[in-house]
Design a protein around this ligand. Structure first.
Ligand SMILES: Cc1cc2nc3c(=O)[nH]c(=O)nc-3n(C[C@H](O)[C@H](O)[C@H](O)COP(=O)(O)OP(=O)(O)OC[C@H]3O[C@@H](n4cnc5c(N)ncnc54)[C@H](O)[C@@H]3O)c2cc1C
Length: 441
């Protein structure tokens, strides 16, 4: 039985980066995936329409291309076939009254467009982007590391040493602010607010969450800096590129390998056993799985300190997310033709609409008026559809994880296990806008 330097459980993007980085550093690695395909949330599928290619889960790579993993691996990845398509209009918003606004990759253009909408909005946006720039070391260290790691401690200590307590605290207090506080205190145009607010949803937060101002600013900063890179030919090509890097250095991938158990010797993880009783030994065992699975199933209780096990059991997952994939014979007929070039377009009634839908979803209700994110990969990659055609997905990021009802009170309550309708009633929001009518037709 071979002993690997590292056995990696799961084959999502985190495992792929981990495997490729270790393989490049001369380690003998093995990746185990329980599904029949590699990639985790990276999937490209034709669905039922020949000639159309849909990224059925993850699609765009703005965070990956700004990560240290990409910095280390990009030459190998592009040699192995990864290629990005991009443009200068990564995102935009369309309101029910047909007003729209685009966030471009040019800061100058964004500042002047926002200032034209409401005097001072562009300057406030510019100052937020400069804030991210000036604090980039600290911000990206906080986001890219375990909060209590030595790396973060070193960065914070360095900052305290160089800029003093006052300046460091001055960074943290606005960083903890909600996106709503930022937008309501600094931005006057409802259109600019509506452009920026939905992006906090992509980070799992809502406009009232702590730190959502920071996340909103960081996302806008990243979109300006790198756009929304889409993988030429579909995101699955990313997985193929990683696979080539790892296999060319002697690494191995096993699909249909459902890890059931971590083998522990003298307090250290030394191997894993799959459901079908195969054993893989490794000097390091790296699990990119959920905390509940790692501490509640893969490790036997005697190897997990009770407080850690408790913490894992209490881990709360975020909101649900729904995507519908469409294969179209022609691009959508947007109210303004240039919206066809926007890669991710949000349809929302604005900041309040996003807040309301988040609150409903967090209370278990299907939102009365969810934010809709429309992805248009064909805007940059025509190879995704036959000539003249178009693919898009529509995503509703404010879905309850467990559905207790619908905020609009139009659907029958969900059935209980016993088959009875739940009596728990949903709170009506009273909100209704042109969107509801438009999306019903
Ligand atoms: C609908 C949707 C759209 C998204 N869009 C984007 C996007 O456009 N851009 C972006 O950057 N991010 C996007 N994300 C987020 C992104 O997909 C995640 O951040 C990413 O998948 C995390 O990668 P991971 O490797 O940690 O886990 P995953 O991708 O979840 O992979 C985990 C893998 O581990 C396997 N596994 C679990 N347990 C075991 C076991 N016991 N034995 C063997 N294998 C196991 C699973 O089968 C799975 O393949 C999206 C997510 C969703 C759900």
């Amino acid at each position: 039985m071979p002993t690997y330097d590292a056995v990696i459980v799961g084959s999502g993007i985190n495992s792929l980066v981990c495997a490729a980085v270790l393989a490049r550093r001369g380690k003998h690695v093995c990746v185990l995936e329980r599904n029949s395909t590699l990639g985790g949330c990276i999937r490209t599928e034709p669905l039922n329409a020949p000639g159309y290619l849909h990224d059925t889960l993850s699609t765009a790579h703005p965070l990956f291309v700004t990560s240290p993993g990409y910095a280390e691996l990009k030459d190998d990845l592009h040699r192995a076939g990864l290629s990005y398509r991009n443009n200068d209009t990564p995102t935009g918003v369309l309101l029910p009254d047909n007003r729209s606004l685009i966030l471009a990759t040019s800061r100058e253009r964004n500042v002047s467009t926002f200032n034209a909408l409401a005097s001072g909005d562009g300057d406030a946006y510019l100052s937020a982007m400069q804030d991210v720039e000036q604090n980039a070391g600290l911000v990206f260290s906080l986001l890219g590391n375990e909060l209590w790691s030595a790396g973060v401690a070193k960065t914070v200590a360095g900052r305290l040493w160089k800029q003093g307590v006052h300046d460091t605290v001055a960074f943290f207090s606005p960083a903890l602010m909600s996106c709503r506080s930022w937008l309501e205190t600094r931005i006057r145009s409802d259109l600019v607010r509506a452009l920026l607010a939905p992006w906090v949803l992509h980070t799992g937060l809502g406009p009232e969450s702590a730190m959502s101002a920071l996340m909103g600013k960081v996302v806008a900063f990243s979109l300006e800096a790198v756009g929304l890179p889409i993988v030429q030919g579909g995101n699955a090509r990313t997985v193929e590129a990683f696979r080539r890097i790892v296999e060319s250095r002697g690494g191995a991938f096993h699909v249909n390998a459902d890890v059931d158990d971590i083998l522990v010797e003298n307090g250290a993880a030394r191997g894993v056993r799959t459901r079908d009783e195969r054993v893989f030994m490794g000097k390091e065992i790296i699990c990119n799985v959920t905390p509940g699975q790692l501490y509640g199933k893969l490790l036997a209780p005697e190897h997990v300190p009770p407080p850690l096990r408790q913490q894992a059991m209490e881990y709360r997952y975020g909101k649900g997310n729904m995507q519908i994939h469409l294969s179209l014979s022609a691009p959508p007929d947007w109210p303004q033709e240039h919206l066809r070039d926007v890669i991710y377009l949000h349809l929302t009634s604005g900041l309040d609409g996003v807040s309301r839908a988040v609150s409903e979803a967090e209370r278990g209700l299907l939102p009365a008026e969810g934010t809709i994110c429309v992805a248009q990969p064909c805007a940059v990659d025509p190879s995704r559809s036959p000539a003249g055609g178009w693919v898009l997905w529509i995503q509703v990021p404010e879905c309850p994880r467990i559905i207790k009802g619908d905020a609009w009170e139009k659907l029958p309550p969900p059935r209980t296990a016993a088959g009875r309708r739940k009596s728990e009633s949903a709170t009506p929001t009273g909100s209704s806008t042109a969107f509801r009518a438009r999306f019903q037709t």
